[in-house]
Design a protein around this ligand. Sequence first.
Ligand code: 48F
Length: 247
Amino acid sequence: MKDTVISKAIIESFFKKLRNSLEVDVAIVGAGPSGLVASYELAKKNFRVAIFEEKNMPGGGIWGGGMMFNEVVLEKELENFLKELDISYAEYEDLLIVDSCHFASALIYRATKAGAKLFNNVSVEDIAMREERICGVVINWGPVKKLGLHVDPITIKASYVVDGTGHPANIVSLLVKRGLMEKKTEFPMDAEIAEKFVVEKTGEVFPGLLVSGMAVCEVYGGPRMGPIFGGMILSGMKIAKMISERR
Ligand code: 48F
């Protein structure tokens, strides 16, 4: 029966992907722009990368553009990056403007094409820690978290973990709640300061744990920003550079 062959193909292929991702170089939590760019840059350099995204649809805050006007803005300095990924854009005064659906799908495509393994519908509910260093993530199905089901998770070993969970900085919060580190909270909107702030502060916050994208503002008290994404891209690139330099 063809239907069982289809089922078998899906099951075997998925479990091979999961089995091969039980030990990775980098586990990225959250498939928003910063996490996807970090994944793309690292996978390009042959790092073993797994991205865990608790929602069905990866892409985080990209899709909605600004107030559902599905366009996002980037700074001119990102032009070469857009060209490298073959992303269509237009110039607008001293900025670049990109269709948000085109942008989200391009980042997902490029990250996975470069070799990063993307697990959507999978939530990181905890971190693994050994000798005071983060050494992996504890995962469960996204719907298990959403429905509050009492189901135990499984563990992925990773040399580095990246908190790319956006505004709530969910992974850092797991350490904060245990008194292992402190964080501030995101400040009110100021795109100009926020973009520079995010890039400058992107980096390691705890041994083995790096923070990218808007989670940086939550950790260090930087301002939030709207649908301007240059800082997210540069943050993802910085994560990849920092990890590569330690190889
Ligand atoms: O928020 P998000 O898009 O991350 P980002 O890279 O980009 C921020 C911008 O989209 C925008 C902005 C800047 O212009 O203000 O908001 O910082 O994506 C974060 C992703 O992480 C997922 C969440 O569903 C989203 O897709 N996520 C959050 N917590 C978890 C998670 C978790 N515990 N496990 C797995 N995924």
